[in-house]
Design a protein around this ligand. Structure first.
Ligand SMILES: [Zn+2]
Ligand SMILES: [Zn+2]
Length: 397
């Protein structure tokens, strides 16, 4: 299959008013290997729920649909497999070899999730590539229409030279459709939002959107000192909604909310620190910085280029507290689409990220000491029917 035709299908479309990044018809957002591996570990290590099933099921369901959207009616079978492999690498998940599915074998020689594990979670007791299993199940379904199970039998995270997966046929359970309610929602366009005259938001957005963020030959995206991946918002929403529901069912809802916020806070501290020490930041942002709060305004603009939605600072006492309003965050819109509405604020990742960013800009000492130094609450949430999600971040003590 011609490379150019594939590249055109997978080209990024950035919708400036909404702050959404769209690839092959799906909203994707940039997250780092720390967040993805830690989120997986959190979900899979809660003893009372079947977290592995959640990760595999979400990946299967979301990518069966995503790959299907990247296919064309005229594609040959070989082209269909090529699209499935290329999408995986393009989004930054690594290299997956689907050429031997008919023999019952899938292999992977590079993995975003394995890198995430190596980077901070130590040598795992079990194989870690649940996401790749789910993706491969979704790929086989999108290409051939057959539901299969794909199980990892050897993993690089445990020292194997490559990850190997067995394809098991004869599965009776169907592949679930990625069913969502139609969304009728108009984000608020104006508010009492603060801006810094020194920070040229448009210049930062333009530069970040023009930056090629796609997997290289190994399917990985090294940038800002982390590996990035373009993950469909649907995947995070299905995993987090499923995790919250199952944890609530066993009486651990508050724990699940805290865990989801903590992973996002940890990720924000690490990713934005990497970002602020990158050549891209030096070249683009450093010349703009005038006042002590300008790094905060610049960081918020970076956030708005990553695909999470549009954030605005609605109040600020430097170093003490801030109010952030999110007019269309993916967690809230995902809750409306998958659940209809929620009775309590739903955007735990967003909340943790706001606390992490504030601690990075105004905290002191190593990141490990800044973690948990600011408290964040979501005071209003679109998922509960409010016009915006509003987060209050405050120094503890
Ligand atoms: Zn593996
Ligand atoms: Zn919310």
């Amino acid at each position: 299959m011609e490379i150019s035709s594939l590249a055109e299908r997978l080209a990024l479309r950035y919708d400036a008013p909404s702050g959404r990044r769209v690839i092959a018809g799906k909203d994707v957002l940039l997250h780092c290997h720390h967040y993805n591996a830690r989120l997986q570990r959190t979900v899979e290590s809660a003893d009372l729920v079947d977290g592995k099933r959640l990760i595999v099921g979400a990946a299967e369901c979301v990518f069966a649909e995503h790959i299907d959207r990247a296919l064309r009616a005229e594609d040959s079978v070989a082209a269909r497999w090529a699209v499935a492999e290329r999408l995986y690498a393009h989004l930054g998940f690594g290299r997956l070899d689907l050429s031997r599915v008919a023999e019952g074998v899938v292999t992977a020689t590079a993995s975003h999730f394995v890198e995430g594990w190596f980077a901070g979670l130590g040598r795992p007791e079990r194989m870690v590539c649940s996401f790749a299993e789910g993706y491969a199940q979704g790929a086989v379904y999108a290409v051939t229409g057959e539901p299969v199970h794909v199980r990892e039998v050897e993993c690089m995270a445990q020292g194997a030279p490559m990850c190997r997966f067995a394809v098991e046929r004869g599965r009776s359970e169907p592949v679930a459709p990625n069913a969502k309610r139609p969304l009728v929602f108009r984000p608020r366009e104006r508010g009492d939002w603060l801006r810094s005259p020194a920070i040229d938001e448009q210049a930062i957005l333009d530069a970040l959107v023009a930056m090629p963020v796609e997997g290289g030959p190994d399917g990985l995206i090294p940038a800002f000192g982390v590996y990035l991946a373009c993950m469909p918002a649907d995947f995070y929403n299905r995993v987090c909604i499923g995790f919250l529901a199952e944890m609530r069912r066993v009486g651990r809802g508050a724990t699940a909310e805290r865990l989801l916020a903590a992973e996002a806070e940890y990720c924000a501290l690490n990713t934005y620190r990497g970002l602020m020490s990158s050549p891209e930041w030096d070249g683009l942002v450093t010349p703009m910085l005038r006042g002590p709060d300008d790094p905060l305004f610049a960081t918020m603009t970076f956030c708005n280029a990553l695909g999470f939605g549009q954030w605005h600072i609605a109040g600020l006492e430097p170093g003490q507290w801030m109010l952030v309003e999110s007019v269309n965050g993916y967690e809230a819109l995902g809750a409306l689409q998958y659940l209809g509405s929620t009775s309590t604020p739903h955007c735990h990742g967003h909340k943790g990220a706001a606390a992490g960013i504030f601690a990075l800009i105004y905290g002191s000492g190593p990141l490990t000491e800044r973690f948990g130094t600011f408290h964040a609450v979501e005071e209003a949430c679109i998922a509960c029917g409010d016009p915006v999600c509003r987060f209050r971040v405050e120094r503890i003590g």
